[in-house]
Each structure stands twice: as structure tokens, then as C-alpha cells.
Design a protein around this ligand. Structure first.
Ligand SMILES: [Zn+2]
Ligand SMILES: [Zn+2]
Length: 309
């Protein structure tokens, strides 16, 4: 298993060198498949980059799919990755910023139209139930017509069961444990990272956060650390009303490449994947140089949509 994993990781690194290149073919992935696989569905931010969908990550454990955030484009990325389009086993939301939730209605409704019949659980911060209720209310006419009209969708098949959570273990079933980590994301009262433990791997997804001691503690020695990042060297006030606060915003809400390098050196993940890339024009090399400048000397890759690890 160890050597298969090493091969898989090295393939991932090789492919990440191709700018928006093809994802690793499924056949190649399955030849070395560990029980647990991470698929980056969206590595972007609010900026509508066609090559980087809104934040979303799938963790697949022996065919069971768990989703972390549902940014814009998530359903189309699921299909492109050959993953189920009729709903996950469970969905975990890091926080309620729109870039992380714009695909929520898409996941709820499209998975239903794609033959989902039963609710799936959704875990996230307080406010998630209200958001869910409003989304379903917004689409009430669609739901009525699809159910009562000639489409004959399964009545109530669109439902989800919302769990508003606190830090700690939030899901544990058949060898998969998900633990919520309270992180600091500026003015957001509740924002979470998640740690996923399966029979063969441990994964931490930072969500949006400034440098977090809770995350360092929860992530020490993890197999894969997926962490958000912005470019420290490109940080500058923006030419717009309120744009002078942009650097302060980034420092209070997010983690720079240099800060991440410092964190990763303490965490010592087996692999660090940069995600939610606030580039501000920075190239892959500049971001990696920032991480190295922070003191991290381990394995690191720039996350690209549809890559598998
Ligand atoms: Zn975000
Ligand atoms: Zn955010």
C-alpha cells in the first residue's frame, strides 16, 4: 500500500505540472487505487475562472462519496470526474460564504432530478438550516411542477437533513469519521475545517481560515493537507471603493503562501495541496516559492480542478 500510494502521489505531482491539463485518466487511477481517494472538484474562489470552479472537494471511500463545500459548477465537475450525480452519502459545508455554497441548490435539486430518492445529511454552521429552507422556498414552484407535472419526479426526493454543528466529531459510520475543526475566518462567527479519517488515510481540508492553531493541532502528521492560500508577494490595495482594506481583509480572513509554509512545516503532512487559490496574478512557481520561504520543505502541489490524489 505504501509504495502504491507513493506512485499515486508522484503521478499527481507530475500531472499537476500541466497547466489545466487533462485529469489523470480513471483507468490509471484505478490501477493503483487506494481505498480512499481525493478528487478536487473546484479549486477556485468567487472569481469565475473557467478552469477553477467554486470550492468543492470529494472524498471517495470504496465508492462512497463525501462532499466538502459546493461551489458554483459542482454538478458539472462531478459528472466530469465520473462521480455520482444522484447525491453524496453526506455533504459538509465549511462556512456560508457564497463561493462555498452557490452550488448547494444545484446539488439538492439536480441530484433529485438525477433520481435521488432519499435525503442525504448536510453538516455545517448555524444558519445552514435557514439557507436550506430559503433555497427550497425559492424553488417551490419548480419542485411543484416537477412533482405534479409530466416529469413525475419522486415526491419529497429533493429533501436533505440539515445538522448545524459545533467542533468535534460530526459523522462516524462504517469506517469513515469526520471531525469539524473550528477555524478563524474574519468576521464569520462559525467557520470549519474538516478532518476525514478512513481505514487507509487521513485528510484535512482547511476551509477558509487565517493561520489556525486548532488546525495545526488537528492536522499533525496527516496524509493529505488541503489548505487555502493567497499570494503574500502580490498583496496590495485594490483600485475600487474600499479597496484599501483588501490587504487587511486577506490577513484577517485567509492564509498567505508564506504563512502556510510555516504552518505546514509544523504540521508535516505527507502531501500539501494548495487550494482556494487567491492568486492576484501569482504564478504556480510564485506560490510554491512563498510556501518554501515559509520554511516548508515537504511535498507540495498546486491543486487543479479534477485532479485525483
Ligand atoms: Zn472562499
Ligand atoms: Zn470564505
Amino acid at each position: 500500500m505504501q509504495s502504491a500510494l507513493a506512485i499515486l502521489l508522484s503521478l499527481g505531482i507530475a500531472f499537476s505540472g500541466l497547466p489545466h491539463g487533462p485529469p489523470r485518466p480513471a483507468a490509471m487511477a484505478s490501477a493503483f487505487s487506494p481505498a480512499t481517494e481525493v478528487i478536487l472538484l473546484g479549486t477556485g474562489t468567487p472569481y469565475p475562472d473557467p478552469a477553477a470552479s467554486g470550492p468543492a472537494t470529494a472524498v471517495v471511500v470504496n465508492g462512497r462519496m463525501f462532499l466538502f463545500d459546493v461551489g458554483a459548477g459542482v454538478m458539472r465537475r462531478l459528472k466530469a470526474a465520473n462521480l455520482p450525480i444522484n447525491g453524496p452519502e453526506a455533504l459538509f459545508i465549511t462556512h456560508l460564504h457564497s463561493d462555498h455554497t452557490l452550488g448547494y441548490a444545484d446539488l439538492i435539486l439536480t441530484s433529485w432530478v438525477m433520481r435521488r430518492r432519499a435525503p442525504f445529511p448536510v453538516f455545517g454552521p448555524p444558519g445552514l438550516q435557514r439557507m436550506t429552507n430559503y433555497l427550497l422556498a425559492a424553488y417551490a414552484e419548480d419542485i411543484r411542477i416537477r412533482t405534479d407535472g409530466l416529469e413525475h419526479e419522486v415526491a419529497s426526493g429533493y429533501r436533505v437533513s440539515v445538522h448545524q454543528i459545533r467542533a468535534g466529531i460530526v459523522y462516524e459510520k462504517d469506517g469513515v469519521r469526520v471531525t469539524a475543526i473550528a477555524v478563524q475566518h474574519g468576521a464569520w462567527k462559525e467557520s470549519f475545517g474538516y478532518r476525514i479519517d478512513t481505514t487507509d488515510r487521513s485528510i484535512v481540508i482547511s476551509g477558509d481560515t487565517r493561520p489556525s492553531e486548532a488546525l495545526v493541532k488537528a492536522a499533525r502528521g496527516v496524509d493529505i493537507l488541503i489548505h487555502e492560500v493567497y499570494s503574500a508577494s502580490r498583496l496590495a490595495p485594490e483600485d475600487r471603493p474600499g479597496g484599501k482594506d483588501w490587504p487587511r481583509y486577506c490577513r484577517e480572513y485567509h492564509t498567505s503562501d508564506v504563512e502556510l509554509g510555516h504552518l505546514a512545516e509544523r504540521i508535516q503532512p505527507k502531501l500539501l495541496i494548495l487550494d482556494h487559490l487567491i492568486r492576484m496574478g501569482a504564478s504556480d512557481d510564485e506560490l510554491l516559492a512563498g510556501v518554501r520561504a515559509g520554511g516548508y520543505s515537504g511535498r507540495v502541489v498546486i491543486g487543479k480542478d479534477l485532479e485525483r490524489y
